[in-house]
Design a protein around this ligand. Sequence first.
Ligand SMILES: Cc1ncc(COP(=O)(O)O)c(C=O)c1O
Length: 317
Amino acid sequence: MLFGLKSTVYMVKVSYQQKPYRKIMMESYGADVYASPSNQTESGRAILKEDPNNSGSLGIAISEAVEDALNHEDANYGIGSVFNHVLLHQTVVGLETKKQLEIAGDYPDVIYGCIGGGSSFSGLFWPFYYDKVIKKAPKNVRFIATEATACPKVTKGEYTFDHGDTAKLTPLVPMHTIGHDFIPAPIHAGGLRYHGIAPTISRLATAKQLETRAYNQIEVFDAAKLFIQTEGIIPAPEPAHAIKGAIDEALRCKETGEEKVILFLLCGHGYFDMQAYDDYLNGKLLPYEYPAKKVEESMKKLRNLYPWLDEVKKKYI
Ligand SMILES: Cc1ncc(COP(=O)(O)O)c(C=O)c1O
């Protein structure tokens, strides 16, 4: 509003319902917020016609936003993750972290972050990865991406070409995917429920420059609770995955007697996630695991859609 720009937000329906205060915050700033799938777009209407109770996905919300931008001369679509320009502008976080560690006279042995599309974690680790590539890193620093077992794109997905959105309006992208038709379970880490990932994360994971771990939401909230009660900060469910990784690493070090500098990204507070904490405290969370069989089905559909996929994959990936 400060720059005279109006915004329209397509918010995944389950998040719209689970996190009403996020919606109200965006509306207070002047945005129009629609629960996606919505009746505003062809893609939304087609999905609702087939399944009126569809709870939405980031892939569907992207389709609606892209379609809205295509149909309005005065609108542009702003992507919030996955692509290099978004990851690059987040590196301000990693650059600042390096400076702070320099002041402390330290350097990380291992870096943890959560991955939805991969932007916040890349923003943190890229400056340290650069040190490694130019052989200026004082330690053999490791990078560990954490994801949800309910949306295990890197740990269980296939590295191939897939669309970034459900209606296939976006180009094919080389990335790990569990399928553009993925409909997530209603876990509370809404930001990690994306079927694909930044192509750079996929490249680095395949080259074994980056490791991945998947956690279910119960073990993640157990870690968040310990963090809250020791640090006094309430994390969002997304970074609680990185906290789980960091705590496990610290416990391992405690056992082996190793001394390690463990860096993790606290990429969001959880003050709008009180429903999630309430569900956790009252034992209502389920430890969702996305079945490998479902990934196989989606990959089969993708190959039927693009019979030349394997040939292209062999050539470029
Ligand atoms: C708090 C928070 N952390 C992480 C993410 C994941 O996105 P990315 O991997 O692009 O950082 C999201 C996405 O919405 C988020 O809301």
